[in-house]
Design a binder for this molecule. Structure first.
Ligand SMILES: *Cc1c(COP(=O)(O)O)cnc(C)c1O
Length: 400
């Protein structure tokens, strides 16, 4: 089956990136470059049941991905993650999309897989990105598989799991103390050396990988959309991608009905989207002092701020800030109640869901999906653990 990909367009300024060009776009007005497809044609030629007969991976959606030869995909078995039912979370049944199952331990693998597949088709040799850790780990591993060079700029507090992934995969890594400068430095270095910047939302194809989360949620619900989705939001790629997928599915006629409400969750110690939403702003102010657990929510000036804020308002959702303590308690609650070992970023959705329920934002019979964006294994040093008793014999083991 051919790909219906037709090229990319900036959501605000309208600048185009041709189908066969590998290019980044830094929109002055906060737009994001998005891939477009000939959905009219696809609607006539594709059937959702044929998709369901495809491989049990995110590559089942290949005709709706920007790739000419999916048989040559840079893949490690990413995607097609389970939608797990969790009973009685704050008194309600919810579904958790468990992205912790991806090869490097986070949903970042989806973007790296699709984008590197296409960029290798276009003969790109070196990519560069700034990343709080998980994207750096994912891109390092997928670049190694693809035979490309990955240059990653990471913060001083990146999780050891991500640092190890970068190093063992042979990426070129630089550690940046002033994290607010990351975007500017990467853009400058890319320009200077002729590398492709794959920084968050600066090129269109990471979104294409991540949108498969949206396709999967719909397909796993029997081609229905949930009422609300809680998503831990950093730069905004995931949220933009999931709703792009829903809009494409509606255009294809594969699902009907209203777009799910987007509930963004962020830490209180770096909540630029929550603040801009509360203040009625279209863009975020750069967040000053960052005080959060290390990981994927370290985005003081989200590249997708305009798009995410518009989505929250368009869908009737909200943006919720949660504390570190609430997050760590939520991670324990989720593991203890359902067996899902979530990363702290993912656990912010559990804490945020609690707040949304308390605020009366969620109806009694509504179908709610929480996205756990990564595995707890990526963030072990963040959990506050107590010591277990050391024993010397069976006498030391209590009956109960
Ligand atoms: C990157 C990341 C996020 C934030 O995702 P965006 O798509 O950049 O908003 C959330 N959780 C984890 C685990 C991440 O790695």
């Amino acid at each position: 089956m051919p790909s219906y990909f037709s090229g990319s367009v900036c959501s605000v300024c309208g600048e185009t990136i041709p189908r066969d060009a590998a290019r980044s776009h830094d929109c002055r007005d906060g737009g994001v470059p998005l891939a477009r497809y000939d959905l009219e044609q696809a609607r006539r030629a594709l059937a959702r049941d044929a998709i369901a007969a495809g491989p049990p991976s995110m590559w089942r959606y290949a005709p709706l991905l920007p790739v000419d030869r999916p048989a040559d995909a840079v893949t490690l078995g990413e995607g097609w993650t389970p939608l797990i039912d969790v009973a009685d979370l704050a008194g309600r049944d919810v579904l958790v999309k468990d992205e912790g199952r991806n090869p490097s331990g986070s949903f970042k693998d989806r973007g790296a897989s699709v984008a590197l597949t296409r960029y290798r088709e276009l003969a790109v040799r070196t990519v560069i990105l700034n990343s709080s850790g998980n994207a750096a780990g994912a891109w390092s591993l997928y670049a190694a598989r693809a035979g490309l060079t990955c240059v990653a700029v990471i913060p001083t507090d990146a999780q050891p799991s991500s640092v190890a992934q970068c190093q063992l995969a042979g990426a070129r890594v630089y550690v940046l103390e002033r994290w607010h400068d990351g975007g500017r430095i990467v853009a400058e270095a890319a320009g200077r050396h002729g590398w492709l910047s794959v920084a968050t939302l600066k090129e269109p194809l990471r979104v294409e990988g991540k949108k498969t989360m949206g396709y999967e949620i719909a397909e796993q619900l029997g081609w229905r959309l949930p009422d609300a989705i809680f998503y831990p939001t950093g730069g905004g790629t995931g949220a933009v991608a999931i709703w792009k997928a829903f809009e494409e599915l509606i255009a294809l006629g594969w699902v009907t009905g209203k777009l799910p409400r987007l509930y963004v969750t962020q830490y209180e110690g770096c909540a630029p989207i929550v603040k801009a939403f509360a203040d009625g702003k279209e863009r975020c102010e750069p967040w000053g002092h960052i005080d959060i657990l290390p990981g994927g929510l370290k985005s003081p000036k989200p590249a997708g701020d305009r798009a995410v804020l518009a989505l929250i308002r368009q869908t009737g959702g909200a943006a919720l800030a949660v504390s570190t303590d609430e997050t760590l308690a939520a991670a324990a609650e989720l593991a203890g109640r359902s067996g899902v070992f979530a990363c702290p970023e993912g656990a912010t959705t559990v804490a945020g869901f609690r707040k949304a329920l308390a605020a009366g934002l969620i109806g009694p019979r509504e179908r709610v999906v929480l996205v756990n964006t990564g595995s707890g294994l990526k963030s072990v040093p963040s959990f506050r653990l107590s010591a277990f008793p050391v024993i010397h014999g069976a006498d030391d083991i209590a009956a109960r």
